[in-house]
Design a protein around this ligand. Structure first.
Ligand code: C2E
Ligand code: MG
Ligand code: MG
Ligand code: MG
Length: 277
């Protein structure tokens, strides 16, 4: 590729690479300390029942605020945490924090809200994971059914006896498992017949083109039909426009999430906005 570019362009490319590499190195160096010093926060994005318009739950999303007021996306630092072996303790903190938050809200109101927490591959595969979940439920006294663990399709649908066993154990505990980013993993769908899950989260890449042409409609319709056939809730994520919302409603999608319905906000702001008066 370098040959094809002019000399100036090549240098520019190199400088950009160095800049990106430098940034990544700096993030990597600072992440461990940021976690230790409690700089990471959780934001919460509402999930809405598409038939009633009611808030039925929220997804906890990690935020790493920077000095300049911006924050770095978890899509950027979660992989770094995984590389450094920090994701297991970080994920445990996230679970504790999110469940504690919902337990606090429940202490003020009789809520049936569900708290969805993202679980990374390494966490899911960690031998202590089930115990962590049990401990969190004990510590927070949260009804297990109000905890939803979001695991990506690429992890859940990998042919693995451990995953089937874990999903079964979690279901036995009463905890829900959601298949996140559904439709992006090129996965072995036949695995779904063996897997205990309670939600199918349609990836944003299916929602964005809605209402779109007949092909995307056919794909989303079949995903929702599959979910209902499996007796699980379907969740549409990344809803940004009224047209996308209407399309999902007309396709009988159960739950919606997206900037149109509510952006991720701090726990305090979530309480102000969505707790019953
Ligand atoms: P995800 O689990 O698929 O989460 C949904 C992402 O879509 C979030 O990005 C959310 O802010 C964003 N989003 C929600 N509505 C819209 C919308 O209408 N339009 C657009 N363009 N985006 C929308 P976020 O917060 O940057 O998180 C990115 C990913 O990082 C998450 O994808 C999840 O895989 C991962 N992540 C976030 N928090 C955690 C965590 O606590 N643990 C782990 N393991 N992963 C996390
Ligand atoms: Mg998620
Ligand atoms: Mg998702
Ligand atoms: Mg996604």
């Amino acid at each position: 590729h370098a040959k094809a570019l002019g000399k100036g362009q090549y240098q520019f490319y190199q400088e950009c690479m160095t800049q990106a590499a430098r940034e990544k190195l700096s993030l990597r160096n600072r992440l461990g300390q940021a976690i230790e010093q409690g700089e990471l926060q959780l934001y919460y994005q509402p999930q809405i029942d598409l038939r009633t318009g009611q808030v039925v739950g929220m997804e906890a999303l990690l935020r790493w605020p920077q000095r300049d007021g911006r924050w770095i996306s978890p899509a950027q630092f979660i992989p770094l945490a995984e590389e450094q072996g920090l994701i297991v303790p970080l994920g445990e903190w996230v679970l504790h924090e999110a469940c504690t938050q919902l337990a606090q809200w429940r202490a003020q109101h009789p809520l049936t809200w569900q708290m969805s927490v993202n679980v990374s591959a390494q966490q899911w595969l960690d031998s202590g994971f089930l115990q962590v979940i049990q401990q969190v439920l004990r510590d927070t006294a949260l009804p297990p059914a109000q905890l939803v663990l979001e695991v990506t399709e690429s992890v859940l649908l990998k042919q693995s006896a451990e995953t089937l066993k874990l999903a079964r154990a979690l279901t036995a505990l009463g905890v829900q498992v959601a298949l996140d980013d559904y439709g992006t993993g090129f996965s072995n769908l036949s695995q779904l017949q063996h897997l205990d899950i309670s939600q199918l989260k349609l990836d944003r890449s299916f929602v964005t083109p809605l209402p779109g042409g007949h092909k995307v409609l056919a794909m989303v319709r079949s995903a929702i039909t599959l979910g209902h056939g499996l007796n699980v809730f379907t969740v549409g994520e990344g809803i940004e426009t009224q047209a996308q919302l209407e399309a999902l409603k007309s396709l009988d999608c159960d739950i919606g999430q997206g900037f149109l319905l509510g952006r991720p906000v701090s726990g305090q702001e979530f309480g102000v906005r969505y707790l019953p008066a």
